[in-house]
Design a protein around this ligand. Sequence first.
Ligand code: NAG
Ligand code: NAG
Ligand code: NAG
Ligand code: NAG
Ligand code: NAG
Ligand code: NAG
Ligand code: NAG
Ligand code: NAG
Ligand code: NAG
Length: 886
Amino acid sequence: MGRFFNAFFLAFLATSFVLYLVHAQTQQGFISIDCGSNSSYTEPTTGIDYVSDSNYVETGLVSSISSDYTLDTLLQQLWNLRSFPEGIRNCYTIPVKPGTKYLIRSSFLYANYDAKNSTPTFDIYFGPNFWTTVTLPKVQTIIDVEIIHITTSNQVQVCLVNTGNGVPFISAIELRPLPNTSYVTLSGSLTAFLRLDVGAPNDTFIRFPDDVYDRVWSPLTPMVKWTPISTTLLKSINNEDVLGFKAPAKVLSTASTVINASAPMEFSWGDIDITTQYYVYMYFAELQELKANQSRSFNIYVNDKLWINERISPVYLSELVGHSITPFTNNDTYDCKLIMSEGSTLPPILNAIEIYKVMNFTQPTTEQDDVDAIESIKNNYGVTKDWQGDPCAPKMFAWQGVNCSHDASTPPRITGLDLSSSGLTGQISANISNLAKLVVLDLSNNSLSGPVPDFLVGMSSLTVINLSGNNLSGLIPAALIDRKNKGSLSLSVEGNPNLHETTSEKKKNNIVVPIVAAIGGAIIIIILILAYVYFIRRKRSSKGPTIADPHSPVNSEVELHPHEPLRTPNRQLSYTDILKMTNNFSRLLGEGGFGKVYYGVMGNSEVAVKMLSPKSTQGYQEFQAEVDLLLRVHHRNLTSLVGYCNEGEARMGLVYEYMGKGNLGSVLSGGRGKVLRWEERLKIALDSAQGLEYLHDGCRPPIIHRDIKTSNILLNEYLQAKLADFGLSRAFPNEGGATHVTTRVVGTPGYLDPEYYSSYKLTEKSDVYSFGIVILELITGRPVLVKTSEKSHIIQWVDSNINQGDIYSIIDPNIKDDCNTNSVWKAVDIGMSCTARNPINRLTMSQVVSELKECLNLELNQSGKQIDSITTISSTFHFEMGPMAR
Ligand SMILES: *[C@@H]1O[C@H](CO)[C@@H](O)[C@H](O)[C@H]1NC(C)=O
Ligand SMILES: *[C@@H]1O[C@H](CO)[C@@H](O)[C@H](O)[C@H]1NC(C)=O
Ligand SMILES: *[C@@H]1O[C@H](CO)[C@@H](O)[C@H](O)[C@H]1NC(C)=O
Ligand SMILES: *[C@@H]1O[C@H](CO)[C@@H](O)[C@H](O)[C@H]1NC(C)=O
Ligand SMILES: *[C@@H]1O[C@H](CO)[C@@H](O)[C@H](O)[C@H]1NC(C)=O
Ligand SMILES: *[C@@H]1O[C@H](CO)[C@@H](O)[C@H](O)[C@H]1NC(C)=O
Ligand SMILES: *[C@@H]1O[C@H](CO)[C@@H](O)[C@H](O)[C@H]1NC(C)=O
Ligand SMILES: *[C@@H]1O[C@H](CO)[C@@H](O)[C@H](O)[C@H]1NC(C)=O
Ligand SMILES: *[C@@H]1O[C@H](CO)[C@@H](O)[C@H](O)[C@H]1NC(C)=O
């Protein structure tokens, strides 16, 4: 098979030594572990801060690679390693943020550290799930294995398993948080199959700080029929990374085209296992300044089927990403062809490509309560057995002495604990009581002392307790004896000289014992329940009166404390600063009830400065509310507050990021000479919906905006939408089951929820109503209220026209010719469901978000069948003339 497949494959694996440039870039959320290092340091070429692995692993031996391989250019985290000559499975346990998408990379470089000149082969597991087999073809090969995975608990485990083919070792483990919106799959995690910087010189490897997510881009070994092109003008991408696929400018700066322009640009990939699923990401940017008579456009085919149902025509120095939404599957080979489309004068171009395989990590991890309990027991007794990784899973690596329930769908539970003859000392650990499903407990032949604890009585599933051969003392709880006598418990206590079964009086009175025992049991259970309730209460009150359900996942990044005084003085600005940045208020951007908005420049960024008018009555409260909120709430679809000035009276101002395209209301009304296309409108709707969803679902307590309308949706240069004007917002505590807040009616006529208006009950659904109006405006281009019309309100108007079944009668004439009616119908549906009269029938914002995504998908794939799409990530790069800043 003379396929390019092999070229790709080798390029991915045969990583050689690497040189990087250092820039200031944030490493926020990075976890960088140098296995085998004894100290923390900053890696000189990448500038990444590494820590020693000693806090993450309990076993293994530390070594350094042979000095034959320690070249200056070798990244420092590869100089040391940790090997595991003992035990079958050895694990790293790394604390993480739950619910976070991480790129997780393990690196391996053997480099003859053990002077045996023989590379091992071993398996690695991600928690209980098989990750991959690590095979090192050469002594000097560096292997990186990567997955993209959303964490489900507060730790991840990377385990090395000895398969009898040499001693496992590891050089580095790195975790990099990724945006939620990047690399989305229908199911499963992803493993990197290849990530290539097309057209790059053969020894350039690009990663952090050029790549903010620290992906490692390898050069593609030149292909015979391809020809590299490059530019030096592409410096950086300054605009926001909307989807989280931003490729480094350096990666995009090189590309390949084909030598024979009329021939397709071809490559392929595949695997013998046809069930493998692939997600593909292709990155494009035009690198040549095209002459008037030149053009470049092409289509992408995979196995002779059109992949992206749109002509690809990359814009000069702008990034374009084509990516899978559903995976490729059911074939062993995927032949990809980029074919010049009719009328194009230049051949296709490809700047970078990533291909990922889907990993099904379906083996569940042991129930967290059991894990916590057994970890505590291990620590209490200093258990020295080979207890690492998940206690129960996978079954073949279950901890020695631990038996578990294994049933395919539910997390394993610990059912048996055998710590006999393990040299245990001290009392019987109370942590055992947390193993709620324990059936067999064997602590025989140790040196345990103290009483037989009462908690054993409360452990109802226990049927075998073996405490023989210890130094336990005191009385055995009567309830245990009773269960033993009834035959429901096998209790062995012999060989404890100071332990007594019961006193002789009790033996005489056979009726009282069970009652006392039963009452004793009841009391214990009641105490446990009280303790539990108390614990939950405490937990709640320490977090503020905010969490309704202690078991609901709390993913919010903010904790709102509405009554706290303003903090973060570093964002407070003086009035002099304001004068300076606005150049004495020289450029007025707009004016509202609260005061005037001016253009300003702060550092290198453009800002909008809103000065509070002293005449404005509610002004001060709203000013406070807005500062309070924005200092704590951050989301890419909410305008961000850069600073504020609070020097009393006429000197109160808020400084926001500058939104170059103004507000949606004025753009829609044609005030800015720009007509928004339907696709752009849908993206704006989705952006704002995500901002609002965040306020409702991502914040604790939820926040109701209360004044959603087109003029409060701002657009930046790239038409990315952000919600603004939080002056009326209200944090909405949902303690005590309250589902609404009674408050004075505020808002804007036409957008105001009629239910709220009549009942004064404020819920998230009031925002949903207003948002529905915004959707209808985007479809129709019509203002919310038209006084001259009989059907003055937009809902009445849409409703009466739509009932006649003619969608075209309501579509904004400006977009009629450039929209897919299916997606418009769907949008109308969403708008009408948001504005249902009864709030119960309205969608929630998270439903709105997913419906809008589908709607956008429909629009992007006109046929409604194509499932892949192309997304413009950013429309401009910033570039400078002159030599590269090397
Ligand atoms: C740390 O490791 C380096 C080499 O890997 C060694 O030179 C140094 O002595 C070690 N320091 C300590 C405190 O063990
Ligand atoms: C990211 O995605 C996860 C899983 O879909 C979700 O639980 C979490 O709330 C999301 N986080 C944000 C900030 O959207
Ligand atoms: C990389 O390119 C240089 C010069 O073009 C060449 O001499 C060298 O052999 C190439 N290395 C590989 C691994 O292809
Ligand atoms: C270029 O490609 C076209 C289409 O594949 C082919 O017909 C033509 O012979 C090729 N030209 C050369 C010089 O290889
Ligand atoms: C395009 O225009 C340039 C001059 O600007 C000319 O040299 C070239 O031949 C033209 N190419 C084509 C294909 O017309
Ligand atoms: C696999 O791809 C080939 C073309 O490369 C195609 O002929 C074949 O039908 C595909 N198989 C399946 C199961 O789709
Ligand atoms: C992963 O699991 C899902 C559901 O369990 C299944 O639909 C999908 O086909 C699996 N993917 C692979 C690659 O096994
Ligand atoms: C664990 O399971 C094995 C096999 O079923 C059994 O022999 C052993 O007694 C069990 N041990 C415990 C502590 O449950
Ligand atoms: C379990 O052990 C830990 C210390 O290892 C201790 O802090 C905790 O209170 C124990 N839990 C119970 C229920 O005894």
